[in-house]
Design a protein around this ligand. Structure first.
Ligand code: XMP
Length: 509
Protein backbone atom coordinates (compact mmCIF):
# COMPACT_ATOMS: atom_id res chain seq x y z
CA UNK A 1 0.00 0.00 0.00
CA UNK A 2 0.89 3.64 -0.45
CA UNK A 3 0.34 6.01 2.46
CA UNK A 4 -0.64 9.58 1.56
CA UNK A 5 -0.01 12.28 4.14
CA UNK A 6 -2.55 15.08 3.86
CA UNK A 7 -0.94 18.48 4.17
CA UNK A 8 -4.17 20.11 3.02
CA UNK A 9 -3.85 19.98 -0.75
CA UNK A 10 -6.99 20.38 -2.82
CA UNK A 11 -5.61 17.53 -4.98
CA UNK A 12 -5.40 14.84 -2.26
CA UNK A 13 -8.29 12.80 -3.51
CA UNK A 14 -6.78 12.96 -6.95
CA UNK A 15 -3.50 11.52 -5.66
CA UNK A 16 -5.47 8.70 -4.05
CA UNK A 17 -7.31 8.10 -7.32
CA UNK A 18 -4.02 7.91 -9.20
CA UNK A 19 -2.74 5.25 -6.80
CA UNK A 20 -5.95 3.23 -6.98
CA UNK A 21 -5.99 3.38 -10.78
CA UNK A 22 -2.87 1.24 -10.63
CA UNK A 23 -4.62 -1.34 -8.44
CA UNK A 24 -2.58 -0.35 -5.43
CA UNK A 25 -4.31 0.19 -2.11
CA UNK A 26 -3.80 3.60 -0.48
CA UNK A 27 -4.90 5.46 2.58
CA UNK A 28 -4.89 9.19 3.34
CA UNK A 29 -3.84 10.07 6.88
CA UNK A 30 -3.29 13.39 8.69
CA UNK A 31 0.28 14.61 9.44
CA UNK A 32 -0.03 13.87 13.17
CA UNK A 33 0.10 10.14 12.43
CA UNK A 34 2.69 8.43 14.64
CA UNK A 35 5.63 6.44 13.29
CA UNK A 36 4.26 3.38 15.10
CA UNK A 37 0.98 3.74 13.29
CA UNK A 38 2.87 4.09 10.00
CA UNK A 39 4.83 0.91 10.76
CA UNK A 40 1.61 -0.97 11.48
CA UNK A 41 0.22 0.02 8.07
CA UNK A 42 3.33 -1.43 6.35
CA UNK A 43 3.34 1.01 3.43
CA UNK A 44 5.60 0.29 0.45
CA UNK A 45 5.87 4.03 -0.11
CA UNK A 46 4.73 7.37 1.29
CA UNK A 47 3.52 10.45 -0.57
CA UNK A 48 3.68 13.79 1.21
CA UNK A 49 0.98 15.93 -0.38
CA UNK A 50 1.03 19.58 -1.32
CA UNK A 51 -0.75 22.16 0.79
CA UNK A 52 -1.60 25.85 1.01
CA UNK A 53 0.86 26.67 3.83
CA UNK A 54 4.43 27.83 3.81
CA UNK A 55 6.77 25.61 5.87
CA UNK A 56 7.90 28.65 7.88
CA UNK A 57 4.41 29.52 9.10
CA UNK A 58 3.92 28.65 12.76
CA UNK A 59 0.69 26.78 12.16
CA UNK A 60 1.94 24.89 9.11
CA UNK A 61 1.26 21.13 9.23
CA UNK A 62 4.20 18.95 10.23
CA UNK A 63 4.92 15.26 10.36
CA UNK A 64 7.41 13.51 12.65
CA UNK A 65 10.69 13.87 10.73
CA UNK A 66 11.70 10.38 11.87
CA UNK A 67 9.81 9.15 8.79
CA UNK A 68 12.79 10.16 6.67
CA UNK A 69 14.85 7.47 8.41
CA UNK A 70 12.28 4.69 8.25
CA UNK A 71 13.75 3.25 5.06
CA UNK A 72 10.42 3.70 3.28
CA UNK A 73 10.60 5.47 -0.11
CA UNK A 74 9.03 8.94 0.09
CA UNK A 75 7.79 11.24 -2.64
CA UNK A 76 7.14 14.84 -1.59
CA UNK A 77 4.90 16.90 -3.84
CA UNK A 78 5.13 20.73 -3.67
CA UNK A 79 4.71 21.57 0.07
CA UNK A 80 5.57 17.90 0.81
CA UNK A 81 8.93 18.28 -0.93
CA UNK A 82 9.61 21.65 0.73
CA UNK A 83 8.81 20.19 4.16
CA UNK A 84 11.23 17.31 3.51
CA UNK A 85 14.02 19.65 2.41
CA UNK A 86 13.34 22.21 5.17
CA UNK A 87 13.54 19.56 7.86
CA UNK A 88 16.77 18.08 6.49
CA UNK A 89 18.77 21.31 6.56
CA UNK A 90 17.90 22.82 3.18
CA UNK A 91 16.54 26.32 2.58
CA UNK A 92 13.07 27.13 1.29
CA UNK A 93 12.32 30.73 0.33
CA UNK A 94 9.50 32.83 -1.01
CA UNK A 95 9.83 32.46 -4.79
CA UNK A 96 10.64 35.67 -6.67
CA UNK A 97 7.74 34.95 -8.94
CA UNK A 98 4.69 33.04 -7.76
CA UNK A 99 4.17 30.26 -10.29
CA UNK A 100 0.68 29.09 -11.07
CA UNK A 101 -0.33 27.15 -14.15
CA UNK A 102 1.57 25.52 -16.98
CA UNK A 103 5.37 25.31 -17.00
CA UNK A 104 7.84 23.24 -18.96
CA UNK A 105 10.46 21.12 -17.23
CA UNK A 106 13.73 19.75 -18.53
CA UNK A 107 15.38 16.66 -17.13
CA UNK A 108 18.84 17.28 -15.70
CA UNK A 109 19.36 13.71 -14.58
CA UNK A 110 17.06 10.77 -15.39
CA UNK A 111 17.29 9.20 -11.92
CA UNK A 112 14.53 6.84 -10.80
CA UNK A 113 11.47 8.96 -11.56
CA UNK A 114 11.99 9.97 -15.17
CA UNK A 115 12.32 6.62 -16.94
CA UNK A 116 10.23 6.79 -20.15
CA UNK A 117 9.57 10.51 -19.59
CA UNK A 118 10.42 12.77 -22.54
CA UNK A 119 11.30 16.43 -22.11
CA UNK A 120 10.80 19.29 -22.44
CA UNK A 121 7.51 18.30 -20.82
CA UNK A 122 4.49 20.26 -19.66
CA UNK A 123 3.73 20.32 -15.96
CA UNK A 124 1.33 22.07 -13.59
CA UNK A 125 2.78 24.42 -10.98
CA UNK A 126 1.02 26.02 -8.05
CA UNK A 127 3.47 27.44 -5.51
CA UNK A 128 4.61 30.63 -3.80
CA UNK A 129 7.76 29.17 -2.16
CA UNK A 130 10.62 27.31 -3.76
CA UNK A 131 13.81 25.54 -2.71
CA UNK A 132 16.83 27.79 -2.55
CA UNK A 133 19.42 25.39 -1.19
CA UNK A 134 19.48 21.62 -1.10
CA UNK A 135 21.02 19.57 1.70
CA UNK A 136 23.98 17.40 0.64
CA UNK A 137 23.33 14.14 -1.24
CA UNK A 138 20.19 15.50 -2.91
CA UNK A 139 20.46 15.93 -6.64
CA UNK A 140 18.41 18.24 -8.86
CA UNK A 141 16.77 15.99 -11.45
CA UNK A 142 14.63 18.57 -13.31
CA UNK A 143 14.29 22.34 -13.67
CA UNK A 144 11.89 24.81 -15.28
CA UNK A 145 12.62 28.33 -16.48
CA UNK A 146 11.52 29.90 -13.16
CA UNK A 147 12.16 27.00 -10.80
CA UNK A 148 15.67 25.60 -10.66
CA UNK A 149 14.71 22.90 -8.20
CA UNK A 150 11.67 21.38 -9.93
CA UNK A 151 12.53 17.77 -9.05
CA UNK A 152 15.03 16.15 -6.69
CA UNK A 153 16.33 12.77 -5.65
CA UNK A 154 18.31 11.24 -2.79
CA UNK A 155 18.99 7.86 -4.32
CA UNK A 156 20.44 6.16 -1.28
CA UNK A 157 17.61 7.13 1.05
CA UNK A 158 14.99 6.79 -1.70
CA UNK A 159 13.66 10.29 -1.05
CA UNK A 160 12.16 12.16 -4.00
CA UNK A 161 10.50 15.49 -4.56
CA UNK A 162 8.53 17.28 -7.25
CA UNK A 163 7.69 20.98 -7.19
CA UNK A 164 4.99 20.41 -9.82
CA UNK A 165 1.87 18.26 -9.47
CA UNK A 166 2.15 14.88 -11.21
CA UNK A 167 -1.38 13.91 -10.16
CA UNK A 168 -3.27 16.47 -12.28
CA UNK A 169 -4.25 15.99 -15.93
CA UNK A 170 -2.31 19.16 -16.80
CA UNK A 171 0.93 17.24 -16.21
CA UNK A 172 0.53 14.83 -19.14
CA UNK A 173 3.46 12.59 -18.17
CA UNK A 174 2.61 12.72 -14.47
CA UNK A 175 1.16 9.22 -14.57
CA UNK A 176 4.44 7.82 -15.91
CA UNK A 177 6.36 9.59 -13.13
CA UNK A 178 4.01 8.19 -10.48
CA UNK A 179 4.18 4.73 -12.05
CA UNK A 180 7.99 4.89 -11.83
CA UNK A 181 7.63 5.70 -8.14
CA UNK A 182 5.04 2.99 -7.38
CA UNK A 183 6.58 0.11 -9.29
CA UNK A 184 10.22 1.08 -9.97
CA UNK A 185 11.05 2.61 -6.58
CA UNK A 186 8.53 1.11 -4.11
CA UNK A 187 8.11 -2.28 -5.77
CA UNK A 188 4.32 -2.23 -5.42
CA UNK A 189 2.20 -5.03 -6.92
CA UNK A 190 -1.09 -4.58 -8.75
CA UNK A 191 -3.03 -6.52 -6.17
CA UNK A 192 -5.90 -4.24 -5.13
CA UNK A 193 -8.90 -5.47 -7.12
CA UNK A 194 -12.56 -5.45 -6.22
CA UNK A 195 -12.44 -9.23 -6.07
CA UNK A 196 -9.77 -9.14 -3.38
CA UNK A 197 -11.57 -6.26 -1.66
CA UNK A 198 -14.86 -8.19 -1.52
CA UNK A 199 -13.13 -11.27 -0.09
CA UNK A 200 -11.37 -9.28 2.63
CA UNK A 201 -14.41 -7.17 3.46
CA UNK A 202 -16.62 -10.24 3.89
CA UNK A 203 -14.15 -11.95 6.23
CA UNK A 204 -13.65 -8.72 8.21
CA UNK A 205 -17.41 -8.24 8.62
CA UNK A 206 -17.77 -11.88 9.73
CA UNK A 207 -15.04 -11.41 12.29
CA UNK A 208 -16.60 -8.22 13.67
CA UNK A 209 -20.28 -9.05 13.60
CA UNK A 210 -20.09 -12.78 14.38
CA UNK A 211 -23.61 -14.18 15.03
CA UNK A 212 -25.18 -10.81 15.84
CA UNK A 213 -27.97 -9.11 13.88
CA UNK A 214 -27.37 -6.17 11.53
CA UNK A 215 -29.79 -3.59 10.17
CA UNK A 216 -29.31 -1.41 7.11
CA UNK A 217 -31.26 1.51 5.68
CA UNK A 218 -31.75 0.75 2.00
CA UNK A 219 -32.41 3.66 -0.35
CA UNK A 220 -32.20 1.87 -3.68
CA UNK A 221 -29.00 3.74 -4.54
CA UNK A 222 -25.81 1.94 -5.49
CA UNK A 223 -24.01 2.53 -2.16
CA UNK A 224 -26.64 1.02 0.10
CA UNK A 225 -27.37 -1.81 -2.37
CA UNK A 226 -23.71 -2.81 -2.55
CA UNK A 227 -23.42 -2.58 1.25
CA UNK A 228 -26.45 -4.86 1.52
CA UNK A 229 -24.91 -7.45 -0.81
CA UNK A 230 -21.60 -7.46 1.05
CA UNK A 231 -23.33 -7.77 4.42
CA UNK A 232 -25.57 -10.50 3.12
CA UNK A 233 -22.54 -12.50 1.96
CA UNK A 234 -21.03 -12.13 5.39
CA UNK A 235 -23.98 -12.60 7.75
CA UNK A 236 -26.78 -14.06 5.57
CA UNK A 237 -30.19 -13.99 7.23
CA UNK A 238 -28.89 -11.97 10.17
CA UNK A 239 -29.15 -8.91 7.93
CA UNK A 240 -32.44 -7.00 7.74
CA UNK A 241 -32.83 -4.02 5.43
CA UNK A 242 -35.34 -1.25 5.96
CA UNK A 243 -36.68 0.81 3.06
CA UNK A 244 -38.68 3.92 3.97
CA UNK A 245 -41.08 5.45 1.45
CA UNK A 246 -41.14 9.09 2.54
CA UNK A 247 -43.56 10.26 -0.14
CA UNK A 248 -40.79 12.29 -1.72
CA UNK A 249 -39.66 9.72 -4.24
CA UNK A 250 -39.96 9.94 -8.02
CA UNK A 251 -42.95 8.75 -10.04
CA UNK A 252 -43.88 5.18 -9.17
CA UNK A 253 -40.38 4.80 -7.72
CA UNK A 254 -41.35 3.03 -4.51
CA UNK A 255 -43.08 0.24 -6.44
CA UNK A 256 -40.37 -0.01 -9.09
CA UNK A 257 -37.67 -0.11 -6.45
CA UNK A 258 -39.53 -2.67 -4.41
CA UNK A 259 -39.65 -4.98 -7.43
CA UNK A 260 -36.01 -4.37 -8.43
CA UNK A 261 -34.65 -4.74 -4.92
CA UNK A 262 -36.62 -7.90 -4.24
CA UNK A 263 -35.54 -9.44 -7.50
CA UNK A 264 -31.93 -8.29 -7.22
CA UNK A 265 -30.97 -8.57 -3.63
CA UNK A 266 -33.00 -11.57 -2.43
CA UNK A 267 -32.49 -10.22 1.04
CA UNK A 268 -34.84 -9.72 3.94
CA UNK A 269 -36.26 -6.22 3.28
CA UNK A 270 -38.96 -4.41 5.29
CA UNK A 271 -40.79 -1.81 3.23
CA UNK A 272 -42.30 0.97 5.34
CA UNK A 273 -44.82 3.37 3.87
CA UNK A 274 -44.68 6.65 5.79
CA UNK A 275 -45.81 9.31 3.27
CA UNK A 276 -48.11 11.25 5.57
CA UNK A 277 -45.63 11.28 8.41
CA UNK A 278 -43.29 13.29 6.19
CA UNK A 279 -45.63 15.41 4.09
CA UNK A 280 -47.74 16.86 6.92
CA UNK A 281 -44.95 18.58 8.87
CA UNK A 282 -43.43 19.81 5.61
CA UNK A 283 -46.51 21.81 4.60
CA UNK A 284 -45.70 25.55 4.61
CA UNK A 285 -41.97 24.98 5.08
CA UNK A 286 -39.87 26.79 2.47
CA UNK A 287 -36.46 27.01 4.09
CA UNK A 288 -34.21 24.26 2.62
CA UNK A 289 -32.35 23.61 5.88
CA UNK A 290 -35.63 23.35 7.80
CA UNK A 291 -36.90 20.88 5.20
CA UNK A 292 -33.78 18.75 5.66
CA UNK A 293 -33.96 18.88 9.47
CA UNK A 294 -37.62 17.82 9.50
CA UNK A 295 -37.04 14.99 7.03
CA UNK A 296 -33.93 13.82 8.92
CA UNK A 297 -35.78 13.80 12.23
CA UNK A 298 -38.80 11.91 10.95
CA UNK A 299 -36.63 9.45 9.08
CA UNK A 300 -34.86 8.70 12.32
CA UNK A 301 -38.16 8.17 14.15
CA UNK A 302 -39.60 5.88 11.46
CA UNK A 303 -36.37 3.95 11.10
CA UNK A 304 -35.95 3.58 14.85
CA UNK A 305 -39.51 2.37 15.24
CA UNK A 306 -38.97 -0.28 12.59
CA UNK A 307 -35.52 -1.23 13.84
CA UNK A 308 -36.91 -1.84 17.32
CA UNK A 309 -38.96 -4.68 15.87
CA UNK A 310 -35.77 -6.49 14.94
CA UNK A 311 -34.94 -8.19 18.19
CA UNK A 312 -31.29 -8.40 19.13
CA UNK A 313 -29.90 -6.04 16.46
CA UNK A 314 -26.44 -4.88 17.55
CA UNK A 315 -25.03 -3.36 14.36
CA UNK A 316 -26.09 -0.70 11.90
CA UNK A 317 -24.50 -0.88 8.44
CA UNK A 318 -24.00 2.26 6.36
CA UNK A 319 -22.76 2.88 2.83
CA UNK A 320 -20.36 5.69 3.78
CA UNK A 321 -17.77 6.33 1.02
CA UNK A 322 -14.14 7.43 1.22
CA UNK A 323 -14.66 11.07 0.14
CA UNK A 324 -16.90 11.59 3.22
CA UNK A 325 -14.21 10.12 5.47
CA UNK A 326 -11.41 12.15 3.88
CA UNK A 327 -13.38 15.36 4.38
CA UNK A 328 -13.49 14.75 8.10
CA UNK A 329 -9.78 14.00 8.54
CA UNK A 330 -8.50 16.97 6.56
CA UNK A 331 -5.18 18.42 7.77
CA UNK A 332 -6.92 21.56 8.88
CA UNK A 333 -9.15 19.86 11.34
CA UNK A 334 -12.58 18.45 11.03
CA UNK A 335 -15.25 18.59 8.40
CA UNK A 336 -15.28 21.48 6.00
CA UNK A 337 -17.93 24.10 6.66
CA UNK A 338 -21.49 22.86 6.41
CA UNK A 339 -22.88 23.96 3.06
CA UNK A 340 -25.92 21.71 3.40
CA UNK A 341 -26.77 19.42 6.25
CA UNK A 342 -27.04 16.12 4.37
CA UNK A 343 -29.28 13.76 6.23
CA UNK A 344 -28.32 10.22 7.08
CA UNK A 345 -28.95 7.88 9.97
CA UNK A 346 -26.01 9.29 11.92
CA UNK A 347 -27.98 9.90 15.11
CA UNK A 348 -29.24 6.36 15.26
CA UNK A 349 -26.26 4.34 16.45
CA UNK A 350 -25.88 6.53 19.54
CA UNK A 351 -29.57 6.60 20.37
CA UNK A 352 -30.08 2.89 19.96
CA UNK A 353 -26.63 1.90 21.16
CA UNK A 354 -25.86 0.32 17.81
CA UNK A 355 -22.34 -0.27 16.57
CA UNK A 356 -21.50 0.92 13.06
CA UNK A 357 -20.31 -1.22 10.16
CA UNK A 358 -19.13 0.80 7.16
CA UNK A 359 -17.54 -1.62 4.69
CA UNK A 360 -17.27 0.92 1.80
CA UNK A 361 -15.54 3.64 3.77
CA UNK A 362 -12.26 3.20 1.89
CA UNK A 363 -13.79 3.20 -1.59
CA UNK A 364 -14.57 5.81 -4.22
CA UNK A 365 -17.87 5.82 -6.09
CA UNK A 366 -16.53 4.22 -9.27
CA UNK A 367 -14.93 1.47 -7.18
CA UNK A 368 -18.28 0.86 -5.47
CA UNK A 369 -19.78 0.39 -8.93
CA UNK A 370 -17.04 -2.11 -9.85
CA UNK A 371 -17.64 -3.89 -6.56
CA UNK A 372 -21.36 -4.01 -7.35
CA UNK A 373 -20.52 -5.77 -10.60
CA UNK A 374 -18.27 -8.20 -8.73
CA UNK A 375 -21.20 -8.98 -6.43
CA UNK A 376 -23.55 -9.46 -9.42
CA UNK A 377 -25.72 -6.42 -8.74
CA UNK A 378 -27.90 -5.60 -11.78
CA UNK A 379 -26.61 -2.92 -14.16
CA UNK A 380 -29.79 -0.95 -13.45
CA UNK A 381 -28.86 -0.54 -9.79
CA UNK A 382 -25.13 -0.14 -10.47
CA UNK A 383 -25.76 2.83 -12.75
CA UNK A 384 -28.55 4.48 -10.81
CA UNK A 385 -27.80 8.17 -10.58
CA UNK A 386 -27.48 9.46 -6.99
CA UNK A 387 -30.73 10.71 -5.48
CA UNK A 388 -30.67 12.88 -2.33
CA UNK A 389 -32.13 11.54 0.91
CA UNK A 390 -34.66 14.42 1.21
CA UNK A 391 -35.78 13.53 -2.33
CA UNK A 392 -38.09 15.84 -4.26
CA UNK A 393 -38.58 18.04 -1.18
CA UNK A 394 -35.38 19.90 -2.12
CA UNK A 395 -36.30 20.00 -5.81
CA UNK A 396 -39.70 21.59 -5.26
CA UNK A 397 -38.34 25.01 -4.43
CA UNK A 398 -40.58 26.80 -1.94
CA UNK A 399 -43.76 25.19 -0.65
CA UNK A 400 -44.21 21.44 -0.98
CA UNK A 401 -47.74 20.45 -1.90
CA UNK A 402 -49.06 17.20 -3.38
CA UNK A 403 -49.96 19.09 -6.57
CA UNK A 404 -46.47 20.57 -6.97
CA UNK A 405 -44.86 17.20 -6.22
CA UNK A 406 -47.05 15.62 -8.85
CA UNK A 407 -46.04 18.19 -11.51
CA UNK A 408 -42.38 17.65 -10.75
CA UNK A 409 -42.81 13.87 -10.83
CA UNK A 410 -44.31 14.03 -14.31
CA UNK A 411 -41.54 16.29 -15.60
CA UNK A 412 -38.84 14.18 -13.97
CA UNK A 413 -40.27 10.97 -15.39
CA UNK A 414 -40.37 12.35 -18.90
CA UNK A 415 -36.89 13.82 -18.57
CA UNK A 416 -35.35 10.53 -17.44
CA UNK A 417 -37.13 8.68 -20.25
CA UNK A 418 -35.58 11.02 -22.85
CA UNK A 419 -32.15 11.01 -21.18
CA UNK A 420 -32.11 7.21 -21.18
CA UNK A 421 -33.42 6.98 -24.74
CA UNK A 422 -30.65 9.27 -25.99
CA UNK A 423 -27.99 7.22 -24.15
CA UNK A 424 -26.93 9.98 -21.72
CA UNK A 425 -28.06 8.40 -18.43
CA UNK A 426 -24.87 6.50 -17.55
CA UNK A 427 -22.64 9.32 -18.78
CA UNK A 428 -24.17 11.91 -16.45
CA UNK A 429 -23.57 12.07 -12.72
CA UNK A 430 -27.12 13.33 -12.28
CA UNK A 431 -29.93 14.63 -14.47
CA UNK A 432 -33.13 15.95 -12.96
CA UNK A 433 -35.76 18.68 -12.92
CA UNK A 434 -36.41 21.43 -10.38
CA UNK A 435 -39.77 23.13 -9.91
CA UNK A 436 -39.36 26.85 -9.38
CA UNK A 437 -41.52 28.95 -7.02
CA UNK A 438 -42.38 31.55 -9.66
CA UNK A 439 -44.81 31.51 -12.56
CA UNK A 440 -44.45 32.96 -16.02
CA UNK A 441 -46.74 34.10 -18.80
CA UNK A 442 -47.09 31.98 -21.91
CA UNK A 443 -49.35 31.57 -24.89
CA UNK A 444 -50.93 28.24 -25.82
CA UNK A 445 -53.44 27.94 -28.70
CA UNK A 446 -54.05 31.73 -28.69
CA UNK A 447 -54.75 31.62 -24.96
CA UNK A 448 -52.71 33.36 -22.28
CA UNK A 449 -51.27 31.00 -19.70
CA UNK A 450 -49.73 31.78 -16.33
CA UNK A 451 -47.96 28.63 -15.25
CA UNK A 452 -44.92 27.05 -13.59
CA UNK A 453 -41.30 27.10 -14.70
CA UNK A 454 -39.06 24.05 -14.44
CA UNK A 455 -35.28 24.07 -14.58
CA UNK A 456 -33.36 21.15 -15.97
CA UNK A 457 -30.10 20.25 -14.29
CA UNK A 458 -27.65 17.78 -15.84
CA UNK A 459 -24.09 17.50 -14.55
CA UNK A 460 -20.96 15.48 -15.07
CA UNK A 461 -18.77 14.69 -12.07
CA UNK A 462 -16.47 12.08 -10.59
CA UNK A 463 -17.45 12.39 -6.94
CA UNK A 464 -19.92 15.30 -6.56
CA UNK A 465 -17.22 17.45 -4.93
CA UNK A 466 -16.94 19.38 -8.18
CA UNK A 467 -19.27 19.17 -11.15
CA UNK A 468 -19.67 20.69 -14.57
CA UNK A 469 -22.97 21.39 -16.32
CA UNK A 470 -23.46 18.90 -19.12
CA UNK A 471 -23.14 20.27 -22.63
CA UNK A 472 -26.26 18.49 -23.89
CA UNK A 473 -26.98 19.22 -27.56
CA UNK A 474 -29.41 22.07 -28.23
CA UNK A 475 -31.50 19.77 -30.39
CA UNK A 476 -31.94 17.36 -27.48
CA UNK A 477 -32.80 20.19 -25.07
CA UNK A 478 -35.36 21.42 -27.61
CA UNK A 479 -37.06 18.02 -27.75
CA UNK A 480 -37.10 17.85 -23.96
CA UNK A 481 -38.56 21.33 -23.55
CA UNK A 482 -41.26 20.67 -26.17
CA UNK A 483 -42.34 17.42 -24.61
CA UNK A 484 -42.42 18.85 -21.08
CA UNK A 485 -44.52 21.89 -22.00
CA UNK A 486 -46.87 19.86 -24.21
CA UNK A 487 -47.31 16.88 -21.95
CA UNK A 488 -47.17 18.17 -18.40
CA UNK A 489 -50.12 20.25 -17.31
CA UNK A 490 -49.11 23.28 -15.32
CA UNK A 491 -45.73 23.99 -16.96
CA UNK A 492 -45.27 26.62 -19.68
CA UNK A 493 -41.53 27.33 -19.54
CA UNK A 494 -38.33 25.26 -19.32
CA UNK A 495 -34.85 26.64 -18.56
CA UNK A 496 -31.48 24.88 -18.56
CA UNK A 497 -29.07 25.38 -15.65
CA UNK A 498 -25.57 26.26 -16.91
CA UNK A 499 -23.77 26.61 -13.56
CA UNK A 500 -20.90 24.46 -12.41
CA UNK A 501 -19.96 23.41 -8.87
CA UNK A 502 -18.32 25.41 -7.34
CA UNK A 503 -19.57 28.12 -7.11
CA UNK A 504 -23.07 26.59 -7.42
CA UNK A 505 -24.05 23.23 -5.94
CA UNK A 506 -25.60 20.32 -7.81
CA UNK A 507 -29.01 20.54 -6.12
CA UNK A 508 -30.75 23.90 -6.01
CA UNK A 509 -31.52 23.77 -2.29
P1 XMP B 1 -24.71 19.32 -3.71
O1 XMP B 1 -26.08 19.87 -4.03
O2 XMP B 1 -24.28 19.59 -2.31
O3 XMP B 1 -24.87 17.75 -3.83
O4 XMP B 1 -23.69 19.74 -4.73
C1 XMP B 1 -23.81 16.83 -3.85
C2 XMP B 1 -24.42 15.45 -3.96
O5 XMP B 1 -25.14 15.15 -2.76
C3 XMP B 1 -26.52 14.95 -3.03
N1 XMP B 1 -27.27 15.62 -1.97
C4 XMP B 1 -27.78 14.99 -0.91
N2 XMP B 1 -27.80 13.68 -0.57
N3 XMP B 1 -28.97 14.21 1.39
C5 XMP B 1 -28.42 13.29 0.58
O6 XMP B 1 -28.47 12.10 0.89
C6 XMP B 1 -29.01 15.54 1.14
O7 XMP B 1 -29.53 16.33 1.90
C7 XMP B 1 -28.38 15.94 -0.08
N4 XMP B 1 -28.19 17.15 -0.68
C8 XMP B 1 -27.50 16.91 -1.82
C9 XMP B 1 -26.77 15.55 -4.40
O8 XMP B 1 -27.87 14.94 -5.05
C10 XMP B 1 -25.44 15.30 -5.08
O9 XMP B 1 -25.34 13.99 -5.59
Amino acid sequence: MILIIDFGSQYNQLIARRVREHHIYCQIEPPDITTNHIKSLKPEGIILSGGPSSIYEKQSPKIDTAIFDMKIPILGICYGMQFMIGSMGGVVKRAEKREYGFAEFNIKYKGDLFTRVNTPAKCWMSHGDSIDKLPGSFKITASTLNTKVAAIEHKKKKLYGLQFHPEVEHTPQGKTILRNFFFGVCGCKRSFTMKSFAKNAVSQIKETVKEKKVILGLSGGVDSSVTALLLHRAVGKNLTCIFVDNGLLRKDEANKLKATLKQNLKINIRFVSAKNKFLKPLANITDPEKKRKIIGKIFLEVFENEAKKIKGAEYLAQGTLYPDVIESISAFGGPTSVIKSHHNVGGLPKKMKLKLVEPLKRLFKDEVRQLGRELCLSEELIWRQPFPGPGLAIRVIGKITRKRLSILRDVDDLLLEEIKKAGYYNKLWQSFAVLLPIKSVGVMGDMRTYENIVAIRAVTSKDAMTADWAKLPHKFLGILSNRIINEVNGVNRVVYDISSKPPSTIEWE
